[in-house]
Design a protein around this ligand. Structure first.
Ligand SMILES: NC(=O)c1ccc[n+]([C@@H]2O[C@H](COP(=O)([O-])OP(=O)(O)OC[C@H]3O[C@@H](n4cnc5c(N)ncnc54)[C@H](OP(=O)(O)O)[C@@H]3O)[C@@H](O)[C@H]2O)c1
Length: 249
């Protein structure tokens, strides 16, 4: 029987492309997001390219705690077992602190951190009951160090979710439940299509997600993706003296 992967934020960008690439590897999929019309389109696309794959979709706003538990447990009831859960839903909004946009920063914090905590609670209920599963958290390279301006809150949320998952990894080390934390660099998606400063470090969605899927399939503990340039660049970002760091970002 095919293994099942639950992906949140599957309606666009990295989540949708992970769904395509995992379906091509033979997995069944439990996909959720708010824009169900996009999920319907993705389901039809996967049905055409991978007729054997089972794809179930559910509407989910991850900031609605009750709905997160309902949807995760609903998928478990649909499939019997959920083998892997990818906490991917996220928001790239944000503004420099103290500039009147607490609403945007709060929305980012609630979606990227508090809602990820809720998804982690629901995922771990399922995995603890199964005594098996693979927990995957999508953090960001911005988690390695505090970031200025529009990225300040976003980077703080991504550091928060990385620590949440790393804490679980320490707890579960050597046990049947596995944990992977991904730190993506710039990967083309809806989140960065309106970026002010185009960066030469941006890779296509397909290429970036291929690196993510490869790290997930190997069940690595943590990975910067794509590894080049992000693994060495991450070390520089973390340790560079402030004048150097300011020139990098
Ligand atoms: N692209 C990059 O360069 C990059 C780098 C580092 C980390 N990341 C992380 O990768 C993840 C995916 O982002 P992306 O780049 O693929 O951006 P994206 O194309 O904007 O996708 C974001 C996804 O999150 C979902 N989402 C947002 N708010 C939600 C909510 N309240 N409830 C449910 N789903 C919600 C969206 O679905 P609906 O709007 O349909 O609900 C969408 O499917 C995010 O966690 C992001 O922080 C991305």
């Amino acid at each position: 029987m095919a293994q099942t992967i639950l992906i949140t934020g599957a309606s666009s960008g990295l989540g949708a492309e992970m769904a395509r690439q995992f379906a091509a590897l033979g997995y069944d999929l439990a996909l959720c997001a708010r824009r169900t019309e996009k999920l319907d389109g993705l389901k039809a696309e996967i049905a055409a390219s991978q007729p054997g794959a089972r794809v179930e979709i559910r509407a989910l706003d991850v900031t609605n705690d009750e709905q997160v538990f309902e949807v995760f447990h609903g998928f478990q009831a649909d499939f019997g077992t959920i083998d892997r859960i990818v906490i991917n839903a996220g928001l790239g909004k944000g503004a420099p602190l103290g500039t009147g946009r607490y609403d945007a920063n709060r929305e980012t914090a609630m979606t990227n951190f508090v809602a990820a905590l809720c998804q982690a609670e629901a995922a771990m209920e399922i995995f603890r009951a199964q005594n098996a599963g693979h927990f995957v958290m999508v953090s960001s390279m911005s988690a390695v160090r505090g970031m200025p301006k529009t990225l300040t809150t976003y980077a703080a949320t991504k550091a928060g979710v990385a620590h949440l998952a790393e804490g679980l990894r320490a707890e579960l080390y050597g046990k049947p439940i596995k944990v992977t934390v991904l730190y993506p660099g710039y990967i083309a998606s809806e989140m960065n299509e309106k970026i002010d400063k185009p960066t030469p470090l941006m890779v296509s969605t397909e290429k970036g997600v291929k690196a993510m899927v490869s790290a997930i399939e190997r069940e690595v503990g943590s990975a910067a993706v794509p590894a080049l340039p992000w693994a060495p660049l991450g070390v520089v970002m973390k340790h560079a003296p402030m004048p150097v760091f300011k020139r990098l970002i």
